[in-house]
Design a protein around this ligand. Structure first.
Ligand code: UDP
Length: 226
């Protein structure tokens, strides 16, 4: 099967990552993933606002996902909407198992994801960038979180759907894992697949996450290595 951009079925788009890109954030990262351009920043641990959310046994992790109006072809109305609230929530869920929140009782860690250019797969790019920003902020982690989607388009099971493939695609499965244990921290799906197709797609997505993991480690080594 031939893909629009000439990729093999198990081939990622070009991915580039950089750690520590924003001076005034406690931690930050930039991820370019195909035509996606995503910044993640971390503020904290700091005082919990509003205070009633505080937990005396651990920190709370709050994630905000935002897409700029100019990030997509049809201008997006500024401000939160159902989709961005949902993505913020599933992002927090994807990151939480990896963050050792018990280190900071009565405090809050804020993760902000800003999508400057979107081209399908932004939640995976956001989770990948946010993980790097958490490490950059010095927050203790059990493992990195690496994300990637797989799905179905033109009747083929493929890794990392582009916007074109997503638009006329038959299924999309964003996934995040903690690569060392292969524990899954995000799994969503839209579309319809047979059981065999689902199995094949999940295998591809795990492989994609592992490739992303290697790139994350390289990006961290480029900043903190030696
Ligand atoms: N998109 C858009 N306008 C919107 C929301 C999304 O054009 O208001 C595009 C954008 O390119 C995004 C893609 O649709 O990356 C797929 O969106 P989805 O909700 O599947 O999330 P994603 O794949 O980005 O995690």
């Amino acid at each position: 099967m031939k893909r629009g951009d000439g990729r093999k079925k198990d081939e990622l788009r070009n991915v580039r990552m950089e750690v520590g890109v924003l001076k005034r954030a406690d931690g930050s990262a930039y991820v370019e993933w195909g035509n996606n351009k995503v910044f993640a920043s971390v503020y904290g641990p700091r005082e919990v606002i509003p205070r009633f959310l505080a937990r005396n046994d651990r920190a709370i992790l709050r994630c905000k996902y935002n897409m700029t109006p100019f990030s997509v072809e049809d201008r997006k109305r500024p401000g939160p909407d159902r989709r961005s609230v949902e993505i913020g929530k599933v992002t927090a869920g994807a990151l939480e198992p990896a963050v050792i929140l018990e280190t900071y009782p009565n405090s809050m860690i804020n993760v902000n994801i800003e999508v400057m250019q979107a081209d399908a797969g932004t939640r995976c790019a956001g989770i990948t960038a946010a993980t790097l920003a958490l490490v950059d902020a010095g927050i203790p982690m059990r493992d990195l979180v690496s994300a990637c989607a797989a799905g179905k388009a033109n009747d083929g099971i493929i890794l990392d759907l582009s916007k074109e493939e997503d638009n006329k695609g038959q299924a999309d499965i964003p996934m995040a894992i903690m690569p060392r244990s292969e524990e899954v921290t995000l799994l969503q799906m839209d579309g319809i697949l047979t059981e065999d197709e689902l199995e094949e797609a999940l295998k591809l997505a795990v492989g994609g996450c592992k490739s992303i993991y290697e790139l994350q480690k390289n990006a961290l080594m480029a900043k903190y290595g030696e």
